[in-house]
Design a protein around this ligand. Structure first.
Ligand code: PMT
Length: 223
């Protein structure tokens, strides 16, 4: 195995949450810290890749040698991912992108009134689905954040989104998912049995994921 197996490869990684505005004071977000995506960026850079990291709001330092593009909303994330997608060799989408956003954003702070406040939410664009439709030479890796039926949902996403690999994590498992320094993932890909990794640091998890990608990409190229 060459020392830097990703030398000369362009790797596009998304990380962190998105922030969907309700009014100038309030927004909708999720618990993603960005750790999983930043670990993937750091490890890919160490393996020789040219890494572009598109990140939602995060307090993490940008790994050395990584180009980081900061975004806030799912729409911004969509625009930036589509901009960098054509020149990417490998795309890994670990970001927790909002599926819904408020249909209306109020320009003024919504004032309290008696009774309930009802907000209508609309769907955001499914970026992974969009990439699956546009995929040419890129190796496309999605994530699946589940709370049940992990493998079933992961294989379903693999097919529906035309991904080459899905990294599934059970958010209810202790030490897995949001904000933890560790993760427990199952790597799912076509014509392969699911590969269950034990609880590992997010950097170790990232290394295993990248090694698996290198292995399969090489297989693909030699087909
Ligand atoms: O950031 P950390 O605190 O380290 O937490 C890591 C993590 C739990 C966020 C990460 O391991 C993870 O599971 N990321 C995926 C979270 C997610 O949105 O999963 P999902 O099953 O809802 O989405 C499936 C895939 O579609 C993901 O690749 C996601 O990036 C993508 N997606 C989702 C919604 C959307 N509108 N567009 C997308 O591209």
């Amino acid at each position: 195995e060459p020392e830097q197996p990703l030398k000369g490869k362009k790797v596009l990684i998304t990380a962190g949450p998105t922030k969907e505005k309700i009014d100038p004071v309030r927004y909708l977000t999720n618990h993603s810290s960005g750790k999983m995506g930043y670990a993937l960026a750091e490890e890919a850079e160490k393996m020789g890749a040219e890494v572009v990291l598109i990140s939602g709001p995060s307090t993490l330092p940008v790994p050395t040698g990584v180009k980081c593009i900061s975004i806030e909303t799912a729409e911004n994330m969509y625009e930036q991912v589509l901009k960098y997608f054509p020149s990417a060799d490998i795309v890994i989408k670990s970001a927790a992108v909002a599926d819904y956003r408020p249909k209306q954003t109020s320009q003024q702070k919504i004032k309290k009134k008696d009774g309930n406040l009802i907000l209508e939410f609309e769907r955001t664009k499914d970026i992974l689905m969009e990439l699956g439709k546009r995929k040419e030479h890129q190796y496309l890796v999605g994530f699946a954040a589940e709370t049940e039926k992990l493998e079933e949902h992961a294989y379903g996403k693999l097919e529906r989104k035309n991904a080459d690999m899905i990294i599934a994590n059970d958010l209810t498992a202790k030490g897995a998912g949001f904000s933890a320094d560790t993760n427990i993932v199952t790597i799912v890909q076509k014509n392969h049995r699911p590969k269950k990794l034990p609880l590992l640091s997010k950097n170790e998890t990232a290394k295993r994921i990248l090694e698996e990608i290198v292995k399969n990409r090489t297989e693909e190229d030699h087909k």
